[in-house]
Design a binder for this molecule. Structure first.
Ligand code: M6R
Length: 629
C-alpha cells in the first residue's frame, strides 16, 4: 500500500521519480507527489490528487529540478485523497520533506503535542507527524541552525546529527513505516528507514535509488539491498551506510536483482492483468523448475529448511492467507489431505491473528502470500511463531517481510505481479502447494508409482494451461453477452469449489459486479433464490468424481430460468447441450483442475471489466499489497 521512490545521483531526479512512481502505481493510486532539492537549496514539491498523469501535468506546468528527490503514490488511510493529503509532507517550516508508507497508530497524541509546540499541520494524515517530529528532533540536535562549516561537519560525521534526530523521532512512533526523508540543507543525502513496510535500496554507478519494491530499479541497476526492520539507511550518490536501531552500523548485503525490463512493462498487452494471465504457462514452469525429482518420485523443496524427520513429525498443517491467496490455501487443503493424509486447517489471517485457536503441538504453519507484505498475514505468522510453532511461507516476492520472517518456505518465482487482481500468483501458489503435498505425501503414504504419476501430470500442466488460454476469443464473446448483468453465481465442488470463490472474487474486484462463489450443492440452501433470467451461473464441471452431481445442480438452475455458462472438458457434448454457453478446457487430473479451470474465469472477469469500461489494473478502492490491518 503506497509506493515510495527516492533518487540521489547525477541525473535529473524527477524523471527517475516519475518513472518509478508509474511502476509503483499499482500499490496505491489516489494521489501522488514528488519533492526535489533545486541547486539553490529550495525544496520543490509538486503533488496532486488522482492518478500519476495529473501529477505529470502539474509538473509540465511547473517543472522541478535537482538531482535528488523523493516521490510517493498513495492509498489513503487517514484523510481523503486530496492535494493536501498527498505526500511528500513538509516538516518544521520547510526544513525537510518525507514520504511514508504505513500507519502511525499514536499519531493523534504526537500531533497534539507538536501543535502545542507551534508546529502547523497542513493535512489530515497520520504521516505528517513524522515530518514535524523529525524536524523537532533535528532542532534539538542542531540548536544553532546551520552555517556552511556546520553543514560540512555534519556531512563529514556521516550525517550523525540527522541519523540521531531521525532515530529519536522513530523511537516515539507506534506503527509501521517505510520512510524516506529529504533535508533542505543537505541536498546530497536521503535518509530511509523501515519497520513493517518494505524498502529496498538500488546501488548504481554514482547513484542510489530507494523504493518500496524493486520495480523502479529495473533498467537502472541490478544491485539491490533489502532493508530489514529497524534499519535506517544513509544514502548519498556515492555511498550507502546502514544503521540498525540496536546494533549500530551493520554491513549490508548487496544482492542481484533478477527482474528485467520485460517483467515490469506491459509487453504489448492492453493491461498488466492480461499479460499476467498469458504468462501462466511460463510462470507455472518457473514454479516447478528444478523441483521435481524423477529419481525419487518426489518434489525437491530445499527451502523448507526442515528435515524429512521434522516434517514426518508434523501432525497438522495450518494454512493462513487473505483474498486470492486464501483461495489457493483452500486448494492446498484438498491437496495435502489427499496426498499426505494430513489434517489441514485453513484460516483467514485476519481471523487467525485474534482468534487464539488451540494449536496442537506438532502444527506447522504456512503463510501464503504473493506480496509477502500483507499486514494480516504477517501478524498471523508472528502470532503462531510466538507460540513456538515452525512458520514457513509460500511467497512470490523475494526478500519481502514475510519471506524474511518465515523460517523457510517456497518461492513462487512467478515474476512481478503488477495487476491488482492476482492471477499468475494464484496458479503458482496452487503449483507450489501441489509440490508440497507431493513431498509430504512421499514422506508418508504415497508409493513411488503414485509419486511418478503426479509428476507426469504436473509436467504436462504448462501445455494444458496454454491450451486453456486458446479460448480467449470465445470467452470475449461470452463476456459481450453478459457484461451488463448485475449478479453472477460461481459454482463448483471439491477442487473446483475454491475456484468458484476465486472466479467470483475476480469478477467483483475488477468489474464491480456482485458475484458469489459457492459449493455447487450448497446453492439450493439459499443462493438459488437469486436465480433469474439476468443472473448467470458459471458452473465448473470438468470430468471427475462429482461431475454427475454438478450436472444435477446445473439442471436445478436451468429449471428456474437462470442462464448457465459451463466450464467443461473438451468433448463434453452433454453439458454443451444443456448450457447456454460453454467454455472448453483440456482434461487434467482432478487435483490440477483448479489451475486449468481458473484460466477462463480470469479471462471472463477481464473481458467483462473491459467492456464495462473499468480500470482493470487499478480497480477502485483497492491496492496491490494490503499493508494495513
Ligand atoms: O499479497 P497477498 O497474496 O498476501 O495478498 C492477499 C490479497 O490481498 C490479494 O490476494 C487480493 O485478494 C487480490 N487483489 C485478489 O486478486
Amino acid at each position: 500500500m503506497c509506493g515510495i521512490v527516492g533518487y540521489v545521483g547525477r541525473q535529473p531526479a524527477v524523471d527517475i521519480l516519475m518513472e518509478g512512481l508509474r511502476r509503483l502505481e499499482y500499490r496505491g493510486y489516489d494521489s501522488a507527489g514528488v519533492a526535489t532539492i533545486a541547486p539553490d537549496h529550495t525544496l520543490d514539491i509538486r503533488k496532486s490528487a488522482g492518478r500519476i498523469d495529473r501529477l505529470a501535468a502539474r509538473l509540465d506546468e511547473a517543472p522541478v529540478s535537482g538531482t535528488i528527490g523523493i516521490g510517493h503514490t498513495r492509498w489513503a488511510t487517514h484523510g481523503p485523497a486530496t492535494d493536501g493529503n498527498a505526500h511528500p509532507h513538509v516538516g518544521g517550516h520547510g526544513v525537510l520533506a518525507i514520504a511514508h508508507n504505513g500507519v502511525i497508530d499514536n499519531f493523534a497524541a504526537i500531533k497534539g503535542r507538536l501543535i502545542q509546540e507551534g508546529y502547523q499541520f497542513q493535512s489530515a494524515t497520520d504521516s505528517e507527524v513524522i515530518a514535524h517530529l523529525i524536524a523537532d528532533c533535528l532542532a534539538e540536535e542542531l540548536p544553532a541552525g546551520l552555517n556552511g562549516s556546520t553543514a560540512r561537519e555534519v556531512a563529514a560525521s556521516g550525517y550523525a546529527p540527522l541519523v540521531r534526530a531521525m532515530s529519536a523521532a522513530l523511537a516515539q512512533l507506534n506503527g509501521t513505516y517505510g520512510l524516506v526523508v529529504l533535508f533542505r540543507d543537505f541536498p546530497e543525502v536521503i535518509l530511509a528507514a523501515r519497520l513493517g513496510s518494505p524498502l529496498v535500496v538500488g546501488v548504481g554507478d554514482n547513484e542510489h535509488f530507494v523504493a518500496s519494491d524493486p520495480s523502479p530499479l529495473v533498467g537502472h541497476t541490478d544491485k539491490i539491498v533489502y532493508l530489514a526492520d529497524h534499519e535506517l539507511a544513509v544514502v548519498t550518490a556515492d555511498d550507502l551506510k546502514v544503521v540498525h536501531r540496536d546494533q549500530g552500523h551493520v554491513d549490508h548485503n548487496v544482492q542481484v536483482l533478477e527482474f528485467e525490463s520485460g517483467d515490469v512493462d506491459r509487453g504489448g498487452y492492453a493491461h498488466y492483468m492480461l499479460k499476467e494471465i498469458f504468462e501462466q504457462p511460463e510462470t507455472i514452469r518457473n514454479t516447478m523448475r528444478g523441483r521435481l525429482s524423477r529419481d525419487e518420485a518426489t518434489a525437491v523443496l530445499g527451502g523448507l529448511n526442515l528435515s524429512p524427520g521434522d516434517l514426518r513429525a508434523v501432525d497438522r498443517l495450518l494454512l493462513t492467507a487473505c483474498g486470492t491467496s486464501w483461495h489457493a490455501a483452500l486448494v492446498g487443503e484438498y491437496l495435502c489431505e489427499e496426498f499426505a493424509r494430513l489434517p489441514v486447517e485453513v484460516e483467514y489471517a485476519s481471523e487467525l491473528r485474534y482468534r487464539n485457536p488451540p494449536l496442537e503441538k506438532n502444527t506447522l504453519l504456512f503463510a501464503i502470500t504473493q506480496s509477502g507484505e500483507t499486514a494480516d498475514t504477517l501478524a498471523a505468522l508472528r502470532e503462531v511463531k510466538r507460540k513456538g510453532h515452525p512458520t514457513l511461507a509460500i511467497c512470490n516476492v523475494v526478500g519481502s517481510t514475510i519471506a524474511q520472517e518465515a523460517a523457510g518456505g517456497i518461492y513462487l518465482h512467478a515474476g512481478p505481479e503488477i495487476g491488482v487482481a492476482s492471477t499468475k500468483a494464484f496458479t503458482s501458489q496452487c503449483v507450489a502447494l501441489t509440490l508440497l503435498a507431493l513431498y509430504l505425501g512421499r514422506l508418508r503414504h504415497l508409493s513411488f508409482g503414485q509419486g511418478m504419476q503426479i509428476i507426469d501430470r504436473l509436467q504436462e500442466l504448462p501445455d494444458k494451461v496454454a491450451q486453456a488460454l486458446e479460448s480467449n476469443d470465445a470467452i470475449r464473446e461470452i463476456a459481450e453477452k453478459y457484461y451488463q448483468c448485475g449478479n453472477f453465481l460461481y459454482l463448483g465442488r471439491q477442487y473446483n469449489f475454491p475456484v468458484a470463490l476465486e472466479g467470483a472474487l475476480k469478477l467483483k474486484e475488477i468489474s464491480y459486479i456482485h458475484a458469489e462463489g459457492y459449493p455447487a450443492a450448497e446453492m439450493k440452501h439459499g443462493p438459488i433464490a437469486l436465480v433469474d433470467e439476468n443472473t448467470p451461473s458459471v458452473f465448473l464441471m470438468p470430468q471427475g468424481l462429482v461431475y454427475e452431481k454438478v450436472m444435477a445442480n446445473l439442471e436445478e438452475i436451468r429449471a428456474r430460468g437462470g442462464p448457465v455458462i459451463a466450464v467443461v472438458d473438451e468433448g463434453d457434448t452433454r453439458a454443451a447441450a444443456l448450457a447456454d454457453d460453454v467454455i472448453y478446457v483440456p482434461n487434467v487430473a482432478d487435483f490440477l483442475q483448479p489451475i486449468v479451470s481458473v484460466i477462463p474465469l480470469q479471462l471472463l472477469a477481464y473481458h467483462i471489466a473491459v467492456l464495462r469500461g473499468c480500470d482493470v489494473d487499478r480497480p477502485r478502492n483497492l491496492a496491490k499489497s494490503v499493508t494495513v490491518e
